[in-house]
Design a protein around this ligand. Sequence first.
Ligand SMILES: Cc1cc2nc3c(=O)[nH]c(=O)nc-3n(C[C@H](O)[C@H](O)[C@H](O)COP(=O)(O)OP(=O)(O)OC[C@H]3O[C@@H](n4cnc5c(N)ncnc54)[C@H](O)[C@@H]3O)c2cc1C
Length: 284
Amino acid sequence: MIPAQFDYVAPTTVEDALAALAEHGDDAKIIAGGQSLLPVLRMRLNAPETVIDLGRIDTLRGVRDDGDAIVVGAMTTHHDVLTNDLVKEHAAIVHHAVTELADAQIRHRGTFGGALAHADPAGDMGAPALALGAEFVIAGSEGTRTVPASEFFVDLFETAIGEDEILTEVRIPKHTGWGASYEKFVRIKHQWPIVAVAATVRVEGGTIAEARVGLTNMGNTPLRATAVEEALVGAQATEDGVREAASKAADGTTPPADLNGDSDYRRHLATVLTRRAVLKAAGG
Ligand SMILES: Cc1cc2nc3c(=O)[nH]c(=O)nc-3n(C[C@H](O)[C@H](O)[C@H](O)COP(=O)(O)OP(=O)(O)OC[C@H]3O[C@@H](n4cnc5c(N)ncnc54)[C@H](O)[C@@H]3O)c2cc1C
């Protein structure tokens, strides 16, 4: 289907984009890579009067080193995240997850910030960002505010970004030297996960010293598997050492049920994928 008619503006600064948002209010919609928004417009599930394209704002692109964190611009494409050495070195879990995201074509258009702002519970970027304790920098007419990952994902397709605000960058605390793995279970390659698990661990002398585990599609938002994380600390980085901790992966989750699987199936998948992800991350 062809989208309903809309006006198009392409500002070159964040300030101009915010001014356009303020001018058009509820009738405006931001477009980043368009990989989620365009299908929505084509199905006429949304019909904004004005589309504000962030594609010409160069300051929103790229990855930079900022001391104890790396900072990923909201308009950095999935491809550029995938091939970035800072991401590989300091946020390996993001690198692993983006290798599993969609296909090369979509990774060249879709953006890191767009995926996070879209907040699809089956999206692959949320769980790694949550597990690493990322911070989201959001610009509005009153200035800039920073929201922790634990408060960013509010509900299904809903984040802390206000109607008149723009996500500008994401600060990811460095986890240098941590092992990482993203285990994604799909029926069809290049699709959204039925369930996925993002795990990153720091191993000392064969024992897990620290662990962070995020779950994809096990609720309305990405989730942190805190019971697993706590149980992993002090565990041997072996199949037996990890199994019991991984059995807690579905604790407190409310996974959806659909044609791909019911909630119990997803709970089971979460425990299996958590065991695999932690073991791979630990080098086992
Ligand atoms: C066939 C197909 C397969 C896919 N498979 C996967 C997959 O396996 N895993 C996965 O995670 N994703 C998948 N995607 C989605 C892909 O990752 C998209 O790139 C992503 O969800 C949206 O990013 P975008 O830059 O295209 O955002 P857009 O589509 O442009 O925008 C998405 C939403 O976010 C808002 N938005 C965008 N940027 C900002 C910003 N900076 N500030 C405020 N609001 C903003 C927009 O207004 C819109 O509501 C797939 C998409 C397609 C078409």
